[in-house]
Ligand binder design. Structure first.
Ligand code: AMP
Length: 196
């Protein structure tokens, strides 16, 4: 059975770090729409040219563009055994699209992991990341914009997924190792011990 897991949480919650660690542990690809979009920007594709100014402002790239890009990614052979979704879905229509896309493949979400971190440590982490990685969208202005977009558009997904029965809240305001242990335990439990 494929293992499809959504990582969701505020920007800077560490969901990318956690998805990447779990990808190595399970041998399942991390699918980060942020990374896919940045690759499009770097290659100068049509999608990249549309996405660049939107990403720099901290807003969301339109649902249909991101969903089309995601669909192309999850039908790749390496994702046949599942995918670890990092940064997708970010809106209710994206969550509905993901359900449909997985259903078309005879799959459904194994788990949704909500990496919960309060605002104060988030801002601190994002400012640090801006210095270390030099991400164009980690300036103080866009950090605030991205947090606002997250609260308005993405956080409501918690309620939606809570009713799905696959929802796990994980306290993300702890060292990476401790969070990773809980992430692995939640995914093992959700997959009914098939990963033990
Ligand atoms: P991230 O690396 O996940 O923080 O994403 C960086 C930026 O890419 C976001 O601030 C958005 O502008 C854009 N982006 C990434 N994923 C999505 C998505 N699922 N829907 C819309 N925009 C996205």
């Amino acid at each position: 059975m494929p293992v499809d897991v959504v990582f969701f949480g505020p920007p800077g919650s560490g969901k990318g770090t956690q998805a990447s660690r779990l990808a190595s542990t399970l041998g399942i690809p991390q699918v980060s729409t942020g990374d896919l979009l940045r690759a499009n920007v770097a290659r100068g594709t049509e999608l990249g040219m549309i996405a660049k100014p939107i990403m720099e402002s901290g807003a969301l790239v339109p649902d249909d563009l991101v969903t089309r890009m995601l669909k192309e990614r999850i039908v790749q052979p390496d994702a046949a055994g599942g995918a670890l979704f990092d940064g997708y879905p970010r809106t209710v229509p994206q969550a509905e699209a993901l359900d449909r896309l997985l259903e078309e493949e005879g799959r459904s979400l194994t788990a949704v992991l909500f990496i919960d971190v309060p605002d104060a440590p988030i801002v601190e982490r994002l400012v640090k990341r801006a210095m270390l990685e030099g991400r164009a969208d980690d300036t103080p202005e866009t950090v605030a914009a991205r947090l606002k977009v997250y609260r308005e558009k993405t956080e409501p997904l918690a309620e939606l997924y809570r009713t799905h029965g696959v929802f796990h809240r994980i306290d993300g305001d702890r060292p990476v190792e401790a969070v990773a242990e809980d992430v692995l335990a939640a995914v093992k439990k959700a997959s009914g011990g098939k990963l033990a």
